[in-house]
Design a protein around this ligand. Sequence first.
Ligand code: SF4
Ligand code: SF4
Length: 165
Amino acid sequence: MSLWISPAAWIEANQSIKHLIRSHNAGLETAKNIAENIQEKLILLFPFLEDLCSLTCPWCPDHCCSHAKVWIDFRDMIFLHLRSIQVPPYQLIDDMKKNCRYLGSKGCTLDREMRPWICTLYLCPTQMNIARKQGSNRHEFLIRIIEEIKTERKKMEDEFIKITS
Ligand code: SF4
Ligand code: SF4
């Protein structure tokens, strides 16, 4: 598995994906539609996550991002390119011993759409408890939409590989 942690590898990976999309533009219509569906679902999900974060993260004694080892993976990268969303200038980490370079003093400095799915997906135990207490409709919505995005990300990747390989 490549993490593209060096700046050169990051640039090369992004250029390769851009090139693949340009060369297979017409054939990638289905992958682009799936990516659009994912983006629409993320837009529905983000307000719930913002709400949970505002209730928990400012008082957190042990910020998860300060010890997470996470990175933008292939699915994240093709999603960003298929939707023409700005790609972060560097991979999240440049050394497995270091933490995410995008963690600022007030939390994540990346727009939500630019973050890897693993960052969006992660609800810590405190947040899960709050989501449960906010009512079954809200909790079920969160679980359902997360499952739908997971499934669509896999479909998007399969379709991308089928067309470009
Ligand atoms: S998601 Fe949970 S663990 Fe992470 S910073 Fe927020 S409250 Fe803390
Ligand atoms: S990208 Fe943002 S949310 Fe993800 S680990 Fe880095 S600081 Fe945290």
